[in-house]
Design a protein around this ligand. Structure first.
Ligand code: ZN
Length: 341
């Protein structure tokens, strides 16, 4: 099969001919219909995040937002059949199952994890062989529309769940890329008032279409804007999807009393907060590491019921993966783009 692999960090991916792995008894072979291009892929391709850190070695295939059709199932596979359209839970497919996080229901924090597309071959390819337990049937949902639930979608879903968002909350979604579009929709679904913050007028326009009640230009004193929009109460929840010093600082300042700050975007930071601020406002600061298998199963359920609209706006051929990564890096993609092998 054809696959786009990282050979050297910082160099373009190479189109390689790679052998298709025959599924073992508990595995399934999936013909990939779509693979989302996540900003983390840029970090991986550049070596800011290394596959070696996740137990992998080069060359390896990038891509962790994978959806497609089952074309072969191992002898012990019972819950998916040939022909099923599935989403691959790339993050928890290879969790160890024995470490403390795995045994206590937070396998997204597995200490021996080798996630697909990070430590194992991913979805910038025609096929993938995966443990069948990582597959979630998506039925009539289109792979190219919903592949991104597997990382972009589930990460913000977990963040909003951790924040225990209620209809009386005002939620700030800081960053209006693919994650932002999912976050706006899901925060609305939880009944909250949503403020989207971004530097891009085009992305803010899109956030409005996905249901944001207010949009704020990040380059024009967004902290003050949020306090104005909340009538001096401050936001209840802020999702930082960016991770820059400026967004983290602004985000924290947007919060009112009992505010919950969710660190989602992994940028260079740092995250600085005076103890005084945290104490006086009784703030909660929480990190979010993708999501558990349950988070993703639940999110797929919401999508099947029509509560989550696709955020995919552009598709690329497998051979065009480098171009896609370049556009993602430059922030030129509205919502998400996917590779269609
Ligand atoms: Zn991702």
């Amino acid at each position: 099969m054809k696959a786009m692999r990282v050979h050297e960090y910082g160099k373009p991916l190479k189109l390689d001919e790679v052998e298709v792995k025959k599924p073992g008894p508990k595995e399934a072979l999936v013909k990939i219909e779509a693979c989302g291009v996540c900003h983390t892929d840029v970090h991986l391709a550049e070596g800011a995040l290394k596959t070696e850190y996740f137990g992998g070695k080069r060359p390896w295939i990038l891509g962790h937002e994978i959806a497609g059709n089952v074309v072969e199932a191992g002898s012990e596979v019972t819950d998916v059949n040939v022909g099923d359209t599935v989403l691959v839970d790339a993050w928890t497919a290879y969790t160890c199952g024995t470490c403390m996080p795995c045994r206590t229901g937070v396998e997204n924090c597995c200490i021996n994890n080798t996630p697909i597309g990070f430590g194992k071959d991913g979805g910038y390819a025609e096929y993938i062989t995966v443990p069948a337990k990582a597959l979630i049937k998506i039925e009539k949902l289109k792979p190219q529309d919903f592949a991104s639930l597997a990382c972009g979608g589930v990460t913000v879903f977990r963040a909003l769940r951790k924040a225990a968002v209620t209809p009386s909350d005002t939620v700030v979604v800081y960053g209006a890329g693919g994650l932002g579009m999912f976050a706006v929709q899901l925060a609305k679904l939880m009944g909250s008032t949503v403020i989207a913050v971004s530097r891009s007028a085009e992305k803010l326009e899109m956030a409005k279409k996905f249901g944001a009640d207010h949009v704020v230009d990040a380059s024009k004193d967004p902290v003050n804007e949020v306090w104005k929009l909340t009538n001096g109460r401050g936001a209840n929840v802020v999702l930082d999807l960016v991770g820059l010093e400026q967004t983290l600082e602004n985000g924290l300042k947007m919060l009112g009393v009992l505010g919950r700050f969710l660190v989602v975007g992994v940028g260079p930071g740092p995250l600085k907060c005076l103890p005084d601020t945290a104490v006086n406002f009784e703030l909660t600061i929480s990190g979010v590491k993708v999501g558990t298998h349950k988070d993703l199963v639940d999110l797929v359920e919401l999508a099947k019921k029509g509560f989550v609209k696709p955020v995919t706006t552009q598709t690329f051929k497998l051979e065009e993966a480098n171009e896609a990564l370049e556009k993602v890096k430059k922030g030129e993609i509205l919502g998400r783009c996917v590779i269609k092998p």
